[in-house]
Design a binder for this molecule. Structure first.
Ligand code: ZN
Length: 339
């Protein structure tokens, strides 16, 4: 963490090789890089390939090439990273190679009494959550009664397996491998986001006891990201605003594991052109966002892409048609970003 008492500042970007990088991903990477480099901090690249079946072979290498093509560089990263890579704290930088570290963290949490086995299927959780909410549901759509957590987390876990006896657990383990869940205390979590401002979440109410490791052995993103950012000595996390709500869960894990919590900056998502309902759409392939791959293959100048991303973040005015990331450094400040 420190050399002669001085903390080494370190930022990071962590692409997931499950889909092509689009302009929204590129903007988040650019802003994370600018925030680190403008303060003389180191920059780490990490491949988030936890869910192997969803990862496309060779895509991670391609993503790194595209980020380098844009003009970004990094001090620590996966083996295949060009050209500034060197050994940093606690690589490797691919989550698929770091399973033992995640299991060690789970053991630490288990020793503290924070982990329990869950034998519920997805369908059982949904049914239990529906039954729990059926009384206070004013309208019949399940969307309307969905919890406030990120949508991909599914319904709030109702705690079905929270108090199984040791004998019950032993019996059930014979017929089904358990998922592991964190016992989430009722405790609001507050933090000051460098872009989004003061935040407060209550994970116990919003998502309930969340998964640390799935029944198929895949570790949860929430756990891996905390273990990795701490091991890699990341001091500032700059990432997309879609992860804002999961920050509270991660802070809970930082505290339970006795790890140093980084500072947070969640950048607004880039919006695509208005959809059929007239509302701006979150940038994704569905919204017709172009991928870096397409733009690169077409022979686009990466400096025009960087300038476009910088204009969309109010870092430069309309008069700037092309620039490199390095040319944006002198004028960069997170506080200047448009929200
Ligand atoms: Zn359960």
């Amino acid at each position: 963490m420190s050399v002669s008492g001085r903390t080494i500042e370190r930022g990071r970007f962590a692409p997931s090789p499950t889909g092509e990088l689009h302009l929204g991903n590129a903007r988040t990477a650019l802003l994370a890089w600018l925030s680190a480099r403008s303060r003389g901090a180191r920059f780490t690249m990490r491949i988030e390939d936890l869910d192997r079946p969803r990862c496309r072979p060779g895509l991670a290498e391609k993503q790194l090439e595209e980020l380098a093509w844009l003009g970004l560089d990094w001090d620590e990263g996966p083996e295949s990273a060009p050209p500034h890579t060197e050994a940093g704290p606690h690589g490797p930088y691919r989550q698929s190679q770091r399973g033992p570290l995640y299991d060690r963290a789970i053991e630490q949490l288990r020793e503290g009494g924070h982990v329990y086995d869950c034998f519920c299927s997805r369908a059982q959780i949904r049914a239990a959550a529906d039954a729990l909410h059926s009384n206070d549901r004013a309208d019949a759509t399940s969307e309307a009664s969905a919890p406030h957590g990120p949508q991909d987390d599914g319904p709030r876990y109702p705690g079905t397996c929270a108090n199984l006896t040791a004998a019950e657990v032993a019996t059930r383990r014979k017929s089904r491998a358990p998922a592991l869940r964190l016992r989430v205390p009722h405790e609001p979590i507050s933090f000051d986001d460098a872009i989004a401002g003061p935040q407060q979440f209550d994970p116990a109410t919003e998502v309930g006891d969340f998964i640390l490791r799935r029944a198929d052995g895949v570790h949860a993103y929430q756990l891996a990201v905390v273990v990795d950012d701490a091991a890699m000595e990341i001091t500032e996390v700059v990432r997309g605003a879609d992860l804002l709500a999961s920050t509270a869960r991660q802070m809970l894990l930082y505290r339970m594991l006795g790890l140093r919590i980084p500072s947070w900056a969640h950048v607004p998502l880039l919006f695509g052109p208005p959809g059929i309902d007239g509302q701006p759409q979150r940038l994704s392939k569905r919204a017709g966002a172009e991928t870096l791959s397409t733009m690169r293959a077409r022979g686009d100048d990466p400096r025009t892409i960087v300038a476009q991303l910088a204009r969309s973040s109010s870092l430069v005015g309309d008069e700037i048609a092309a620039c490199t990331p390095a040319e944006l450094l002198p004028r960069f400040a997170l506080a200047r970003l448009s929200r």
